[in-house]
Design a protein around this ligand. Structure first.
Ligand code: HT7
Ligand code: ZN
Length: 866
């Protein structure tokens, strides 16, 4: 497979003035006529050949300025079409035939639920027609489509509808025009039998925008939350960034078969139905929050991604990191900022830190790729968002806004690079941010080591800070990063100290941000009357691993007194991690200390329920594995469960009473959601005791649940208990929800995530269940994905059965949908970090895969892992 390098970027040789697409839609033989006006790019290298991307299509004809080209005038090869001699300006008309029904990759034009839809990011457009399929070729599109009118009453594309009509043969047509120049990856078409909910939004400048959500008719009453979320997102972007919507119509379509969460096509967002449908009966509180966040995310792309797009795919984080940051701020402004930050950091530490330590480690702007679809990663998205957040931490909210304003002023309508974003931030604030560039070019998670020295005679406290970053595939030696280190110092009674650096006239505030720019630096605070406990990296001010010799008592102290809610949570995580690592090493672990600290948190009247819940959740098994030089997943699972049992035993009374006090939490307001979260964390601890009494309690919760959050929490808990209630609950859930595909996904997931020893057998049987479908990515993620990526104890079974099963599924999936197969195969990537027996077994499965014929997607992951 060919590797593409950032350093090889060349501007496009041909620019496109406009695109006219005409689709004659038929399930298995859709004909596409593209009429495109090209002109030479004066800024590019000269040469008379036109090279267009394209594959998986039947080429029917080519006309250049009206003249039909004979085959000797062009060449078709595996990746595209070459016309060796074309004039300075010309119109090319290409007719292709494609097979949407047979397209199981869900990339390009395909069918979902009997409807037509498209997915063109990153390179799906080249499966529709021959085109310079790269994001820096931008053009206005006009789209006409004809289709059978009875099967496809709704015909949609980007922009505004301009004309439509009926034909004699039972077909009809519609024409859409998008006035904004866009790259081909933002093109979309949807046709089918869809119902629509309609609403409107009045922008800050007084324009009325029509809002429409399309879905199959039986889901239409599950779209209210999505519509309300869209309106909240539109208002928020106006208020926070001064950004208004630009077309008169915004459409969102929900489809069941989708490779990712959603897609920001101009004016016509397409969503995985899982991220649209909600009602308290079918969606959990987490689903509600995710739906709002993803609707926000795709909407925010209209400016960060669509109006200003990427020059090439190496710049993906320019739009994704920035848009994730924007959606994080949206959720944080609407709900609890502390809980949002904790959840985001939990995800980053669990998944992105692991990716950074894996064979697929890459900088947020990779220097090369084999298959771009493999780079829609937690690094590009979540770490990318952390790097955008650094600008805001460094420049303040107003400074960040000035940078954003300048970015749009300079680049609206352009395809740009991450350097342009950095320059806008720096120029708008007259700041030297050149060191920020290293975050784009260097992979790996930096380790920030801090040591404190206290001089009791001089009342001075010095923090000695050093940073380092491990080698990753792209570079062995790393240059120091610019790391904002937010901190506070606490006195022994828990009160914060005013912070005054040596050389400053007076102290200013109890929290401040130091700038770490060198490999080693020291910062001295004066007027420090006693040796303090430092609260470091407040609000997770940079994506680094903090190394400070905290003692267990310090963590318990910070859990109780830190002003920064994030750091109260971070201290709880550290304490739990320390306890588990001690247990793993066979050392004495002070479980009493952690239980007492949890008990104090539970009783704290100033702490909201969701924060308590977050603090009580132990670091995941994979985070513990990451903290071990060599991981034994079976032992890790045992130890984590043991700790949960011991905490539950010590706190049983408090857990039961908290659970009972919160039993009545109802409604969809933040308070009720937070209370349900804590209630269900308590239930999950209690269930570790596996007594008849707690099983009865869980089963009662399941039967009496008034919403999916409670029903699902009880079911997930019971799923790991070998008891009659488990079977009853699973059957009742199946009977109740067999008509709701997305809810049945939850049913598959709880079984795949069960810690019972026969889980793999159950998963294999579920492959044949009518609720499962290998062609549907949601179901694959729910069953195979949960087993492979979220059930470490069973996936890493010592006999290698989990690895073999996942490899078998990857091989099957790869023939249908390489993108989804490539997500699953990542479970097999980290064999080098495992103890020798599992390491050998996992590697053997990778080798087996490598010996089979693989797609470029899976091939890249396998070859980089071996
Ligand atoms: N920008 C979108 C990315 C996406 C995607 C990428 C590859 C294959 C399928 C895909 N579907 C959507 C989604 C987003 O980040 O907003
Ligand atoms: Zn995105």
């Amino acid at each position: 497979n060919r590797t593409v390098y950032l350093k090889d970027y060349q501007p496009p040789q041909w620019l496109v003035d406009d695109v006219y697409l005409d689709f004659a839609l038929q399930p298995s033989a859709t004909e596409v006529i593209s009429t495109i006006r090209y002109r030479r790019n004066p800024l590019a290298e000269q040469g008379d050949a036109l090279l267009l991307d394209g594959h998986d299509m039947e080429l029917l004809s080519i006309r250049l300025d009206g003249e039909l080209l004979m085959p000797e005038r062009y060449r078709v090869h595996a990746g595209g079409l070459e016309i060796p001699a074309v004039p300075e300006r010309f119109t090319l008309e290409v007719t292709t035939r494609i097979d949407p029904q047979g397209n199981t990759s869900l990339d390009g034009l395909y069918r979902s639920g009997g409807n037509y839809c498209t997915q063109c990011e990153a390179q799906g457009f080249r499966k529709i027609t021959y085109y310079p399929d790269r994001p820096d070729v931008m053009a206005p599109f006009t789209v006409r489509m004809t289709a059978d009118a009875a099967d496809n009453p709704v015909l949609l594309s980007n922009g505004n509808p301009v004309a439509s009509g009926k034909l004699d043969d039972g077909r009809h047509w519609a024409e859409w025009q998008d006035p904004f120049a866009k790259p081909a990856y933002l093109f979309a078409l949807v046709a089918g039998n869809l119902a629509c909910v309609e609403d409107h939004f009045v922008t800050a400048s007084g324009r009325t925008i029509a809002l429409r959500i399309y879905t199959e008719a039986h889901h239409i009453d599950q779209c209210d939350h999505a519509m309300a979320s869209l309106k909240r997102a539109m208002r928020w972007d106006e208020e926070r960034f001064g950004l208004e919507y630009d077309l008169d119509l915004f459409m969102l379509v929900a489809v069941d078969d989708f490779n990712m969460g959603a897609m920001e096509n101009k004016g016509l967002n397409i969503f995985n139905s899982q991220l649209v449908f909600a009602s308290p009966e079918i969606a959990t509180d987490d689903d509600y929050i995710s739906i709002e966040a993803v609707i926000g995310h795709e909407y925010f792309h209209n400016w960060t991604g669509n109006r200003v797009t990427c020059r090439d795919w190496f710049q993906l984080s320019l739009k994704e990191g920035l848009t994730v940051f924007r959606d994080q701020c949206f959720t944080s402004d609407l709900h609890s900022a502390a809980v949002k930050r904790i959840e985001d950091v939990r995800l980053l530490r669990a998944l992105q830190f692991a990716e950074d330590a894996s064979p697929m480690a890459h900088p947020i702007r990779p220097a090369s790729y084999m298959e771009i679809n493999n780079f829609y990663t937690v690094t590009v998205y979540e770490k990318g968002a952390e790097i955008v957040r650094l600008y805001q931490t460094l420049l303040g909210i107003d400074g960040f806004r000035r940078g954003m304003d300048l970015y749009f002023q300079r680049h609206d309508g352009q395809a740009v690079a991450t350097e342009d974003f950095l320059a806008a931030m720096a120029d708008a604030n007259d700041a030297d941010l050149s060191q920020m560039q290293r975050w784009y070019d260097q992979a790996g998670t930096p380790r920030l080591s801090v040591r404190m020295e206290y001089d009791s005679a001089a009342h001075r406290c010095t923090l000695h800070v050093s940073q380092s970053c491990p080698s990753t595939p792209e570079a062995e030696v790393k240059q120091p990063f610019l790391i904002p280190l937010a901190l506070g110092l606490l006195r022994a009674d828990g009160t914060p100290l005013a912070l005054q650096l040596a050389g400053e006239a007076e102290g200013c505030g109890s929290s401040r941000t130091l700038l770490v720019t060198e490999a080693e630096q020291s910062f001295t605070f004066v007027n420090v009357p006693e040796a303090p406990v430092p609260s470091l990296l407040r609000d997770f001010s940079a994506p680094v691993i903090l190394d400070y010799p905290y003692r267990a008592e310090d963590d318990a102290f910070l859990m109780a007194y830190d002003e920064d809610p994030f750091n109260r949570w971070a201290a709880a995580q550290r304490l739990a991690m320390r306890t588990m690592l001690a247990m793993l090493a066979g050392e004495a672990a002070d479980v009493e200390l952690i239980a007492t600290a949890f008990s104090r948190l539970l009783a704290d009247p100033d702490l909201d329920a969701a924060l308590k819940a977050e603090a009580l959740m132990l670091p995941s098994e994979s985070e513990v594995a990451d903290a071990c030089a060599v991981a034994d997943p079976g032992h890790i699972h045992e130890v984590r469960e043991q700790l949960r049992v011991r905490i539950a035993t010590l706190l049983q009374g408090e857990l039961e009473s908290t659970h009972a006090e919160l039993a009545a939490a109802s409604g969809l307001d933040d308070l009720a959601m937070q209370q349900r979260k804590l209630k269900n964390v308590c239930l999950s601890y209690l269930l570790t005791l596996k007594t008849g009494r707690v099983i009865e309690l869980a089963y009662r919760c399941f039967l009496q649940a008034a919403c999916m959050t409670d029903q699902y929490a009880a079911l997930a808990g019971l799923a790991s208990c070998d008891c009659a209630e488990r079977k009853l609950a699973l059957s009742a859930f199946e009977a109740q929800w067999q008509g709701e595909a997305n809810v049945m996904g939850k049913w598959l997931a709880v079984q795949a995530g069960s810690s019972l020893p026969d889980t793999l057998e159950q998963v294999k049987q579920l492959l044949a269940h009518p609720a499962f479908d290998l062609r549907n990515p949601n179901k694959v993620r729910a069953l195979i994905g949960t087993f492979a990526l979220r059930n470490p104890a069973l996936f890493h079974a010592i006999d290698g059965s989990g690895y073999r099963f996942v490899a078998d599924q990857v091989l099957q999936l790869d023939r249908m949908n390489p993108q989804v197969a490539a997500r699953m195969v990542r479970a097999l990537m980290n064999w080098k970090r495992l103890e020798p027996v599992r390491s050998g077994l996992m590697r053997a499965q990778l080798q087996r895969l490598s010996d089979a014929g693989l797609s470029a997607d899976v091939g890249e992951i396998v070859s980089k892992s071996l």
